[in-house]
Write a protein that binds this ligand. Structure first.
Ligand SMILES: [Zn+2]
Length: 169
């Protein structure tokens, strides 16, 4: 009866930590020291099958150090974008302010220049005969003269003419 129970107990499958040889051991040898049949080293029989535990070690530590560096690297970027947006919006404000100032200042600048450097006109007084009025006016106009004022004036021998003040820049 005892032998029967002994043979039905499951074996422990494990690797020899020295030579990596796959070994089987009866469960009653768990946690006990045996001599590896392949490399003759003294090894401990594990409590359970070890093949599942073997791939574990390489996994845990590395992902965390790899994740930490990106976080500090990503941190400096957020401060940059608000600063850039601040510059662009302030630049837009500056452009708008400059446009408004240009509309305000340009007329003021023109009147200021006009006060400092007033337009100098050249004046002329002419008396144009009624008979050659159109011809004479066109001739004076082609010379750049424009009429400032005109009045009907009586001349000698009871003749009447238009006496006009002309000016040109
Ligand atoms: Zn071994």
């Amino acid at each position: 009866m005892l032998g029967h129970i002994h043979t039905t107990m499951p074996d422990i499958h494990f690797e020899c930590p020295k030579c990596k040889q796959t070994l089987d051991a009866p469960e009653e040898l768990a946690t006990q020291l045996i001599d590896c049949p392949t490399c003759k080293e003294t090894i401990e029989v594990p409590l359970r099958n070890q093949r599942v535990q073997a791939p574990k070690p390489p996994e845990p530590p590395k992902p965390t150090p790899a994740l930490t560096p990106p976080a500090p690297a990503a941190a400096p970027i957020p401060p940059k974008s608000p600063a850039y947006q601040g510059i662009s919006s302030s630049q837009g404000n500056i452009i708008i302010v400059l446009l408004i100032l240009a509309f305000i200042i340009f007329p003021l600048l023109r009147s200021f220049i006009g006060a400092v450097f007033p337009q100098r006109w050249e004046y002329n007084v002419v008396a144009v005969s009624d008979y050659t009025f159109t011809e004479d006016m066109n001739k004076l106009g082609s010379q750049g003269w424009e009429v400032v004022s005109a009045r009907r004036a009586a001349g000698q021998y009871e003749s009447a003419k238009y006496e006009m003040i002309l000016r040109r820049p």
